[in-house]
Ligand binder design. Structure first.
Ligand code: HEM
Length: 392
C-alpha cells in the first residue's frame, strides 16, 4: 500500500525508452523526493544516493531473502541463493563463494591476465577496426570467468544468452521477461547437468570449490547448484557491460583519454568512474522485515523497496556535475557493486579483467575512435550489443 504523503509516479521503469536512456527518468525520481511510490510496480523506490546507502547498509531491516528481483517466479527460483539470503545463512554461503575470489587470489592471477590483455590489444591494434563487443568486451568475461568457474568448453557458447535471459527474468513480468523464460530454463538444466556430476567442473575451479565446501560441511550439498547459477549469472554480462562502457567513454571523451594516456596509473580510478557513470546493474529490490522509517516515510513490515543503484551514482547531492565523465574524480564511493552485506563478491575479478585491458589499451593505443553502437536492452543490466572501434 502506498505510504501516506509521498509522491506517486506513473512510469514504467522497464520500458524500452527508459532502459535505453534511463537518466532523465532517474533525475525526475530523485527530484520528486527521497522515497517515491511507483504505481506500476506497486512499491516505493529510492533513487537518491543517501537512501540507497541507508537501505543497503541496514540489511537487518531491508532484507534480501524475500526476493531481490521484481517478480515472484524469479524470487522463488533464486530463493536461498547467496544474493537472496539473510544472516546467518548468508555467512556460510558468502564464505564458500568468496574463498576463491579474495584480493590475494586475484593478485595471483594478475600476471597471467595482464599478459593475455597485452596480446589481445596487440592483435586488435593490428586489425585496427573491430567490433568492440564481440572482439574485446566479451572476450575476457567469456573465457577467463568461464575458466575460473570451471565450465566445460562445450557449455560456453550459451553463456551470453543465459546471462541476458537471467537479467531479463529479474525484471517485472513484461515481454522481455516472457521471451527469456525458456532460455533461463535451459541455463538451469545445464546447471542441473553439472550438479549431477560435479567432476565436470574443472579441478581447482570456483565451481569445484563449492562442492568441496559442501563435502566439508561448510554449506549444504543442495545449495551448490544455485550458487553455481549465481556465479554464471552475476559475473558475465555485468563485466562485459563495464568494459564496453569504458572503451566507449574513453573514445568519446578525448580529454579523459589523454589524461589516462599521460598517467596510466589512473586506470583503477578511471574504472571506478566508468562504473559510477554507467553502472551495469540498474536496480534490485529489498523487503522490510519490520516496521521502519526511511527519510521520514513510514514503511510497514513487508514493504517492497526498489533500490536504484544506477541513479544513486548520478545523484547530484552526492557527486558534483554527475553527468560528466571525469577519470580524476574520487568516485570510489559509487554503489555499482552494491554496498554492505551483499556487496559484489566478484568485484576483485571484474576489476582485474577491466584494469588489465585498460592498462594494455592505455600503453599500446594512441587514440580510440568509436563509431556506431547499438544497445542490448535487458531488464536489469545496461549494456551494448555492438560497438564499432578503431585503434590508432
Ligand atoms: C562490473 C561487474 C559487476 C557488477 C557491476 C556487479 C554488480 C553487483 C551488485 C550490484 C551486487 C549486489 C546485489 C545486491 O545488492 O543485492 C552484486 C552481487 C554479487 N556479485 Fe557482482 N557484479 C559484477 C561482477 C561480478 C563477478 C565477476 C562475479 C563472480 C564471478 C560476481 C558475483 C556476485 C555475487 C556472487 C553476488 C552476491 C553477493 C552476496 O549476495 O553476498 N559479480 N554484484
Amino acid at each position: 500500500m502506498k505510504p501516506l504523503g509521498i509522491p506517486s509516479l506513473d512510469i514504467d521503469l522497464f520500458s524500452e525508452s527508459v532502459l535505453k536512456d534511463p537518466y532523465p527518468t532517474y533525475r525526475m525520481l530523485r527530484d520528486a523526493g527521497p522515497v517515491v511510490w511507483i504505481e506500476q510496480l506497486q512499491m516505493v523506490c529510492c533513487a537518491r544516493y543517501a537512501e540507497v546507502r541507508q537501505v543497503l547498509d541496514d540489511h537487518g531491516t531491508f532484507i534480501s531473502s524475500q526476493g531481490v528481483g521484481f517478480n515472484d517466479f524469479l524470487n522463488n527460483a533464486f530463493a536461498g541463493t547467496i544474493i537472496q539470503s539473510d544472516q546467518p545463512d548468508h555467512t556460510a554461503l558468502r564464505a564458500a563463494v568468496g574463498e576463491k575470489l579474495t584480493p590475494q587470489a586475484m593478485r595471483d592471477l594478475q600476471g597471467h591476465v595482464q599478459s593475455q590483455a597485452n596480446s589481445l590489444i596487440t592483435s586488435l591494434k593490428m586489425r585496427r577496426t573491430f567490433d568492440g563487443m564481440r572482439d574485446l568486451a566479451r572476450v575476457f568475461p567469456l573465457t577467463i570467468v568461464a575458466e575460473l568457474i570451471g565450465i566445460p568448453q562445450d557449455g560456453r557458447d550459451r553463456l551470453l544468452d543465459w546471462g541476458h535471459a537471467s537479467f531479463n527474468v529479474m525484471g517485472p513480468a513484461n515481454e522481455r521477461y516472457q521471451r527469456s523464460l525458456p532460455v533461463f530454463g535451459e541455463c538451469f538444466e545445464y546447471i542441473e547437468w553439472l550438479d549431477k556430476d560435479p567432476s565436470r567442473l574443472r579441478e581447482g575451479s570456483l565451481g569445484a570449490a563449492l562442492y568441496d565446501a559442501a563435502e566439508r560441511g561448510v554449506i549444504r550439498r543442495d545449495q551448490c547448484p544455485r550458487l553455481l547459477a549465481a556465479y554464471l549469472v552475476a559475473g558475465i554480462d555485468t563485466t562485459i557491460s563495464s568494459i564496453a562502457s569504458a572503451v566507449r567513454l574513453l573514445g568519446q571523451n578525448v580529454d579523459q583519454w589523454q589524461a589516462l594516456r599521460a598517467e596510466p596509473v589512473l586506470v583503477a580510478r578511471a574504472y571506478n568512474e566508468v562504473l559510477r557513470i554507467e553502472s551495469p546493474v540498474q536496480a534490485f529490490k529489498r523487503v522490510t522485515s519490520r516496521d521502519t522509517e526511511l527519510s521520514g516515510v513510514t514503511l510497514p513490515a513487508g514493504s517492497s523497496v526498489a533500490v536504484l543503484y544506477a541513479s544513486a551514482n548520478r545523484d547530484e547531492r552526492k557527486f558534483t556535475n554527475p553527468d560528466r565523465f571525469d577519470i580524476k574524480r574520487h568516485s570510489a564511493e559509487h554503489v555499482a557493486f552494491g554496498h554492505g552485506l551483499h556487496v559484489c563478491a566478484g568485484q576483485a575479478l571484474a576489476r582485474l579483467e577491466a584494469t588489465a585491458l585498460l592498462t594494455a589499451i592505455a600503453t599500446q593505443v594512441e587514440r580510440i575512435e568509436v563509431g556506431q553502437h547499438s544497445m542490448h536492452i535487458t531488464n536489469t543490466v545496461r549494456s551494448l550489443d555492438t560497438l564499432e572501434v578503431t585503434f590508432h
